[in-house]
Ligand binder design. Structure first.
Ligand SMILES: *Cc1c(COP(=O)(O)O)cnc(C)c1O
Length: 468
């Protein structure tokens, strides 16, 4: 028996071999294959296919996965395009010049969407997702700070980055991998987001920048970029420190331009030098594609740019990966052409409407209190009302809903609020009002079930895989 510590599905003792004879009854067919070692011999494509297909079938149903921000639905033309272009490597700019040109068009459309003052002065790139895009944004801040400090003959030993404790894990990685001290501003009951409060106590001459999140993963709330910038203006006036902002718009940067067009969070705010988003979240493309755009060339130090040959000419690249799929970039372009501004507005507004319908109903149910409503990005969270019951908690509700196929995670909030457990729903294109009605009915009947329990449910430990 092979119990692999640390591997997913620790609850199962997988045998060392895969038994095939009950699936296939063909003469000459292999009947056994090693599960954890590379097989010695070949197998028929159908056999290998069926094994992988059957194991993957046991994953949750992606459409019912209300934990993820990442697209789980695209139309048939997109799927066709995907199948036609899976063989393209994004880095082969010379061999696939049209894919390269389309990547260029996409980030320009995005720069324009984010109100870059002069799109021709902006610079951007596709990435594998927001994580890579954030690393690049962070690196540009760090390198710019280093150059400024070096030019002044000052130390570059102790860079720090100011962010809220509610940042996505990719920023913790950035600080760890690229040796920047993270200065976390705690989120607490009075300041649920980074809002500029107390900022003067976190920034100093070694601050490479401030990260503002447009759409916290925990709650969906927006950090008020303009207010953070105004505070940094005050700090500059009193100390001379000119500190720039990177906006992590992994989800919100593809919602706000369409549904909250008057909110100033983007390049309209002068301190914002770079912005990232996940094409595979509200960009509505399958995983994985992300984007990062800098306000102008000055914000992306030349020393971070590599040059590859492109049709005999020169193409700047500054991604962390070399090879990666090109198909997602083509799918992004497809979505831009397919939907346009009005189409994106309708899709995102549709998700916002469903989110607010759900949060409105859930907020009215006795056991619950809303933390957010789903009126920023279509994401909202709720908590169990204090003192409502000792018999069950949100982890139990999450388990009950899972029995019906719905994946609705419960998890603790960040840092100072870590005592507080919340449950969250991400509404994406594909969660229709109809499906939402069924979900609500299921939540109501599971709450009834839990309320009728005579004694608390036995539980091992209240852990849930936290999906940022
Ligand atoms: C999802 C998310 C990320 C990471 O994005 P990926 O595209 O999954 O790499 C970073 N920041 C925020 C705010 C997010 O929501």
């Amino acid at each position: 028996m092979a119990h692999r510590p640390g591997s997913p599905r620790r609850d199962i003792e997988f045998s060392d071999s895969i038994q095939l004879n009950t699936v296939f009854t063909r003469p000459g067919e292999a009947t056994e294959m090693p599960r954890f070692a590379l097989p010695e011999d070949q197998s028929l494509p159908e056999t290998a296919y069926q094994i992988v297909h059957d194991e993957a079938m046991l994953d949750g149903n992606a459409r019912l996965n209300l934990a993820t921000f990442v697209s789980t639905w695209m139309d048939d033309e997109a799927k066709k395009l995907y199948a036609e272009t899976v063989d393209k490597n994004m880095i082969d700019k010379d061999e696939y010049p049209m894919t390269a040109a389309i990547e260029d068009r996409c980030w320009r459309m995005i720069a324009d969407l984010w109100n870059a003052p002069v799109v021709d002065d902006a610079i951007g790139t596709s990435t594998v997702g927001s994580s890579e895009a954030c690393m690049l944004g962070g690196l540009a801040l760090k390198r710019s700070w280093q150059s400024r400090r070096k030019a002044q003959g000052l130390s570059t030993e102790k860079p720090n980055l100011v962010l809220s404790t509610a940042v996505q894990v990719c920023w913790e990685k950035f600080c760890n991998y690229f040796e920047v001290e993270p200065r976390y501003v705690p989120v607490n009951a009075d300041h649920l987001v980074l809002d500029g409060h107390d900022l003067e106590n976190y920034v100093d001459e070694n601050t490479i920048g401030v990260v503002a999140i447009l759409g916290q993963t925990f709650t969906g709330m927006y950090e008020p970029v303009a207010a953070i910038a105004a505070k940094l203006d005050d700090i500059e006036a009193s100390t001379g420190l000119d500190i720039k902002i990177h906006v992590d718009g992994a989800s919100g940067a593809m919602v706000a331009p369409f549904c909250q067009p008057d909110l100033e969070w983007d390049f309209r705010v002068e301190r914002v030098v770079s912005i990232n988003t996940s094409g595979h979240k509200f960009g509505l493309v399958y995983p994985g594609v992300g984007w990062v755009v800098w306000r102008d060339r000055a914000a992306l130090p030349e020393s971070l740019i590599f040059h590859v040959s492109y049709l005999g000419g020169d193409m700047p690249t500054f991604a962390l990966n070399f090879s990666r799929p090109g198909a997602q970039v083509l799918l992004q372009y497809y979505m831009f052409l397919r939907l346009g501004r009005e189409g994106y507005r309708q899709v995102q507004q549709g998700s916002l409407d469903v989110a607010q319908y759900l949060s409105g109903e859930i907020g009215q149910m006795k056991p619950f209190e809303l933390i957010s409503k789903g009126d920023t990005i279509p994401v909202f969270a709720w908590r169990l009302r204090e003192g409502y019951t000792d018999k069950w908690n949100l982890y139990d509700l999450s388990d009950r809903l899972r029995m019906r196929g719905w994946l609705v995670p419960a998890y603790p909030l960040a840092d100072d609020l870590a005592d507080l457990t919340v449950q969250r729903i991400v509404v994406r294109s594909g969660l229709s009002r109809d499906l939402a009605t069924v979900l609500l009915a299921d939540i109501k009947s599971e709450v009834d079930f839990l309320d009728r329990l005579e004694s608390p449910l036995p539980r091992e430990s209240a852990t849930s895989p936290f999906h940022h």
